[in-house]
Design a protein around this ligand. Structure first.
Ligand code: ADE
Length: 243
């Protein structure tokens, strides 16, 4: 997966790419992320990238010219691009989109907005996809771009181990993950559930499945509607699962 991030604040993006799994994925050649400073594409002595909004109102709007100039330059170096505009106005980012990013042949070019937003001609002229990472407003598009890169990169084959892909399947089944425990067996008077130390793999699988359903019911009841449950499980969910 190749990503290009166009930003006024490269320092918000680059350090995150130098750690942990994203760093390893880049080292292994599975992920290639380039961070570009938008300021370098702004003309004039002061490299101005924003201006007041037409029609009045508070704040500043990011100008289209430096962004178009940057996109031309970046496209020259990486070929075909799929342009993503992180924005709270966008369509919701989800696992299906992460998968499509991970499988994308084109470079993913994230244009990070700040201030009151980006001149609307950027979206229109570049046919950019506006994508939101949640119903809240961030200070800019950088963290949103990183969320999308991170969630997509872990779906590239080889980026995570084999075990992790099993997790993905459980999310695809529209259930949240069951709780995990490690040693010590007793910590601050809290004990690891007996079943997990029983060695009974059937009982463990049953317990985990129940815990997944319970957690989903508690935290994401909306997801349960899409989950594939057995008739018995469905009955218990309706009854509030109190066994
Ligand atoms: N920029 C600011 N808020 C955002 C959000 N929720 N999603 C994507 N980009 C954003």
């Amino acid at each position: 997966m190749r990503c290009d991030v166009l930003t006024l604040f490269p320092g918000m993006v680059s350090p995150v790419l130098q750690e942990s799994i994203l760093k390893r994925a880049q080292k292994r050649g599975l992920l290639d992320v380039r961070v570009h400073s938008l300021r370098l594409f702004a003309e004039g002595k002061h490299h101005v990238t924003d201006d007041v909004p037409y029609g009045g109102g508070p704040g500043q709007v990011m100008k289209p010219e430096p962004i178009f100039a940057a996109v031309v330059a970046i496209t020259k170096s990486c070929g075909r691009v799929r342009i993503i505009l992180p924005s709270p106005r966008g369509i919701p980012f989800n696992r299906a989109m992460a998968k499509s990013f991970a499988e994308e042949d084109r470079s993913l070019l994230f244009i990070c907005g700040h201030y009151e937003g980006i001149d609307a001609r950027v979206q229109r002229g570049l046919e950019a996809e506006e994508v939101s990472v949640g119903d809240y407003i961030l200070t800019g598009g950088e963290l949103a771009a990183l969320i999308m890169i991170d969630a997509s990169a872990r779906l590239i084959p080889g980026v995570l181990g084999k075990d992790a892909s099993l997790n993905e399947e459980s999310f695809e089944a529209s259930l949240l993950e069951y709780p995990q425990y490690t040693r010590p067996r007793v910590f601050q008077k809290m004990e690891v559930p007996e079943v997990l130390v029983s060695g009974n793999h059937r009982a463990i699988a049953k317990w985990r499945r129940e815990q997944s359903i319970l957690c989903t019911l508690r935290n994401r009841p909306d997801m349960l509607r899409r989950a594939t449950l057995t008739a018995r499980e469905q009955e218990r969910v309706m009854g509030g699962v109190n066994e």
